[in-house]
Design a protein around this ligand. Structure first.
Ligand code: BYC
Length: 332
């Protein structure tokens, strides 16, 4: 347990039952037939232990990404240019935390407790999206996150909302409505800079140059190196491969960036007129591995902020769980 167990003292109460760890071959055939018919799998239904394990891994990582993802933009709330941008950013950051809640709820239906998930995030056992381990240095970075990272997330989530696990799909549908608003405000702020003064254009170009590689990494390793895609696609958890999602994103958003007269830091980026697929330079996959395994520029800072929040929110959780008990805020 993280930090010697002083954040959450409760053990995971919803351990998987022993019998669920051994898959019955007949049940597996029926389960796969249900998936093939396009049926949704619900929490009480029989499912192979590997399906459960994979879903917990993926949904939990997604939930952590929302919570950690709120941090780079959150630091800009007080510095957002003007009242309108501040209001939109406050609402967006609040939405992202709400997405985390929806996703933790969905993962809990599979038998892992919220406490265990948070502990795994804080101890570094669980991953979260690579993109949130980079600093948001300028206001232009916030516009790139709101426009392009939300766009990338939408490509992934619109596809996977049609997947097989009911609670995850329903959470994704709701999240996509809100992300569409985030994308619109991000696009609007991005256009404002791209069509602004030379200094504003230079600032947004610089942000694009720095964020492009992390965005290419966002969709995961190339299909040939993806560990989980084959099984997840067979079970309709992932509805498109990493490369297909990356290609969909490039198709929809590269023209919008070029239309604004901005460039992307990849001279090989172009659409192949014959295959309709985008060609690009291979992003640095060693760097990707380093970042997702704790070695990015902001991994430590991000987890330190979450640890601080858990520690300083402990008395609030205690008060909520035991309203009759006298609880006081610790003296700072
Ligand atoms: N970052 O076999 P693969 C948002 C890991 S938040 C980190 O292809 P898979 C927002 C992968 O976990 C929304 N790790 O994996 C919030 C695996 O490692 P493990 C973020 C990554 O699962 C606030 C290994 O690499 N979206 O939008 O088949 C503000 C092998 O990869 C990444 C989601 O979280 C990565 N980018 O496919 C603004 C979507 N990519 O677990 C915006 C949910 C790969 O074996 N996740 N890895 O140790 C997914 O859809 C899938 O997990 C992925 C990867 C497509 C990302």
């Amino acid at each position: 347990m993280y930090g010697g167990g002083y954040i959450f003292d409760e053990p995971d109460k919803r351990q998987l039952k022993e019998e669920q760890l051994h898959d019955d071959p007949e049940k597996l055939v029926e389960f796969e037939a249900r998936i093939a018919r396009g049926e949704k799998i619900e929490p009480g239904d029989w499912m192979p232990s590997e399906y459960r394990r994979q879903l917990i891994r993926l949904i939990e990582q997604h939930a952590h990404s929302e919570i950690i993802g709120a941090l780079p933009e959150g630091t800009w709330i007080t510095r957002a240019p003007g009242f309108k941008r501040k209001l939109a950013l406050i609402a967006k950051v609040q939405d992202e935390i709400g997405h985390g809640q929806l996703l933790y709820n969905a993962a809990e239906t599979l038998g892992k407790s919220r406490e265990a998930m948070i502990n795994d995030l804080l101890s570094g056992k669980s991953k979260y999206s690579n993109v949130f381990n980079y600093p948001a240095e300028t206001w232009a970075d916030v516009t790139v996150i709101g426009f392009l990272i939300d766009a990338a997330a939408i490509v992934n989530q619109v596809a996977n909302a049609k997947g097989s696990y009911g609670p995850y799909c329903r959470a994704l549908e709701r999240i996509c409505y809100e992300e569409s608003f985030h994308l619109k405000q991000g696009h609007d702020a991005f256009i404002e800079l791209a069509t602004g003064t030379p200094a504003q254009r230079a600032m947004v170009q610089d942000a694009l140059n720095r964020w492009w590689q992390p965005i290419m990494h966002f969709f995961g390793p190339p299909d040939k190196n993806s560990v989980h895609s084959e099984k997840l696609m067979q079970w309709k958890v992932k509805m498109a491969s990493n490369d297909d999602m990356r290609n969909q994103f490039l198709d929809a958003y590269v023209p919008k960036i070029w239309d604004l007269g901005l460039s992307l830091p990849d001279e090989n980026l172009k659409k192949d007129p014959v295959t309709g697929k985008w060609c690009y330079s291979d992003p640095d996959w060693d760097l990707f591995k380093k970042v997702i395994n704790g070695g990015g520029p902001c991994n430590k800072e991000r987890l330190d902020v979450r640890k601080w929040a858990e520690e300083h929110g402990r008395w609030v959780r205690k008060a909520l769980m035991n309203p009759a008990e006298k609880t006081t805020a610790p003296v700072a």
